[in-house]
Design a protein around this ligand. Structure first.
Ligand SMILES: Nc1ncnc2c1ncn2[C@@H]1O[C@H](COP(=O)(O)OP(=O)(O)OP(=O)(O)O)[C@@H](O)[C@H]1O
Ligand SMILES: [Mg+2]
Length: 254
């Protein structure tokens, strides 16, 4: 398994109230190399918390995460940012491009940090930018391009390191439907080439691109559906039915 998550829990303590929130209450999850997993669930169910832990941005309260067989808990804090930079790509709803850098500089940023040569950076950038349709925009600043174009630049920044795992939190959440479709088709293309993806989404349409969909409720995995041989069009109503069932609090047929 590329990613293995065992009995993962995360408690947050609010700063003043001393109130404890059990954001994750025991998640077990295994993701194989090349899978495209979508995670759905109501607001507050723990989706972003799970991604935050997978991204090694925070430490779990209990449980284990192994990425490529490596136990994240064994990585000292000082080595975490390099671990993230070398293995993980991120796409968020708000794309977090740096406004003082051009798209080119934003996309190359992870490679600059990793100390790659100019020639290698250029060799990686151009095919990626062509494929994502942003090659003519590389010298513009984020505020000079559309939201969809910004998000494709963010995708380029995530993919340029050829991450072991691509993590996306609501990547289409702020996009119009045309831009969303374009981004999802890009993810499909990378998935077809073997990229492993874990994507949180509220959108059934986005989730229907995945090879497996997990539903989180109250910090636990409540159900999962595997797409199997279904086309996207056939998978969509299955997801919609399961989501309705979960929202009605019905018994789960996981
Ligand atoms: N830094 C934090 N401090 C305290 N509580 C937090 C923190 N982050 C999340 N929580 C709480 O943990 C729970 C899960 O939050 P999380 O952000 O994972 O939900 P989510 O499923 O991503 O929701 P949404 O769909 O709205 O993005 C919520 O009750 C939330 O209030
Ligand atoms: Mg969230």
């Amino acid at each position: 398994m590329l990613l293995q998550v065992e009995e993962l829990t995360k408690d947050y303590t609010t700063r003043f109230g001393k109130q404890r929130v059990q954001a994750l209450r025991g998640i077990d999850l295994a993701v194989a190399q090349g899978e495209f997993v979508a995670i759905m669930g109501e607001s507050g169910s723990g989706k972003t918390t799970l991604l935050t832990l997978l991204a090694a941005l925070e430490r779990p309260t209990n449980g284990r995460i192994l990425l490529g067989g490596e136990d994240m808990a064994a990585i000292p804090n000082r080595a975490l940012s390099a671990f993230r930079r070398d293995r993980l790509g991120f796409i968020f709803q708000e794309c977090h491009l740096l406004d003082t850098l051009t798209l080119r500089e934003n996309i190359l940023f992870p490679l600059v940090l990793a100390g790659r040569t100019g020639a290698e950076m250029h060799a990686r950038l151009m095919p990626l930018a062509e494929r994502l349709g942003i090659a003519p925009l590389l010298d513009k600043y984020p505020y000079e391009v559309s939201g969809g174009e910004q998000q494709r630049a963010a995708a380029a920044r995530a993919l340029i390191i050829k991450p072991m795992l691509l993590l996306a939190d609501e990547p289409t959440g702020a996009l119009d439907s045309g831009s969303a479709t374009q981004l999802l088709q890009l993810l499909d293309g990378y998935h077809d080439e073997g990229q492993t993806i874990v994507m949180v989404t509220h959108s059934l349409d986005a989730a229907s691109h995945a090879s497996r969909v997990l539903f989180i409720r109250d910090g636990r995995i409540a159900a999962e559906i595997v797409r199997g041989g279904h086309t996207r069009a056939a998978f969509y109503p299955l997801l919609a039915d399961r989501l309705t069932q979960l929202q009605q609090g019905g018994e789960l047929l996981a």
